[in-house]
Design a protein around this ligand. Structure first.
Ligand code: ATP
Ligand code: MG
Length: 258
């Protein structure tokens, strides 16, 4: 298919820029049901230290892309690479020990467990590292340390999101995948989540974040992808995309003018 061939300018640009990246996806075709592809040739890369955003309309395949990167949706064709190694269709628990952290869109904490127990679950593959990682996570999010004995189910949505991100950070991931961390939160808490994401990134963790709050996402990310119908519609720096009239018209709408 010409749209997913190596000869398109978009793919050429991707191939040239993706070299040496910590995480990359090349020409992914993936889906849930036989014969129904949700990803139709998606490309993505994240260089060490980058904060990369993925925005796009509902149903575009944003969550599916993250799940394909994390081994939760079968990749039918194309490749996922971590630090230059092919990790396509590896199991999620293997990917966690190889350096990918994933915070799903919902049900991302154990509500009956305390904050500390949630963080312990995050470190279950490396229990000896618990103290060192607990220190790192609570230095980023002091509230998690102060309230370590509180059950996650009794926390607010924003606090729970902090626990979920903290849990994923316990395994010292080289790249963290976040699926709509600000969804369902009050505007103040949404802002807090963006600040926290930036803080995680500044601490040296590469981040790939899917966001429904597209305008805010473009403000904080280094680069972003606009995903539409399972493939890249636009890509560029967050700043450039936020100013692109087509992106504004099609994907940002009135939010961009706010
Ligand atoms: N478990 C599943 N089984 C079958 N189809 C699914 C499944 N999950 C998602 N889909 C379908 O895949 C398509 C893309 O869904 P996906 O959740 O990746 O979109 P999204 O871009 O994350 O949307 P949203 O902004 O609503 O979160 C949709 O048509 C959806 O119905
Ligand atoms: Mg989604």
């Amino acid at each position: 298919m010409s749209e997913t061939s190596d000869s398109t300018p978009e793919r050429q640009a991707h191939l040239a820029a993706a070299d040496g990246s910590v995480l990359r996806a090349d020409d992914l075709i993936a889906g849930y049901l036989p014969g129904v592809d949700i990803l139709n040739g998606a490309d993505l890369y994240c260089q060490q230290g980058e904060l990369v955003g993925i925005i796009g309309p509902n149903g575009a395949g944003k969550s599916t892309l993250l799940k394909a990167l994390f081994g939760l949706v079968k990749v039918r064709s194309g490749q996922v690479s971590l630090d230059g190694q092919d990790v396509t269709n590896q199991r999620a628990d293997v990917l966690v020990s190889s350096g990918i952290g994933f915070v799903p869109q919902s049900n991302n904490v154990f509500p009956s467990l305390t904050i500390q127990e949630n963080l312990e679950m995050g470190a279950y593959q490396k229990p000896k590292k618990f103290n060192e990682r607990f220190e790192f996570v609570t230095s980023l999010f002091p509230a998690l340390g102060e309230r370590r004995g509180q059950r996650a189910g009794s926390l607010s949505g924003g606090e729970r999101q902090m626990v979920a991100m903290g849990r994923a950070l316990m395994m010292e991931p080289s790249v963290l995948l976040l699926d709509e961390p600000s969804a369902g939160l009050s505007p103040v808490m949404q802002d807090e989540v963006f600040v926290q994401t930036r803080r995680i990134n500044r601490a040296g963790v590469s981040v790939v974040m899917v966001e429904q709050n597209a305008a805010r996402c473009l403000q904080i990310c280094d680069r972003a992808y606009v995903l539409d119908q399972g493939r890249n519609a636009y890509t560029g720096t967050g700043k450039a995309l936020a100013k692109d009239p087509k992106v504004i018209e099609l994907y940002l709408g009135t939010l961009a003018k706010a």
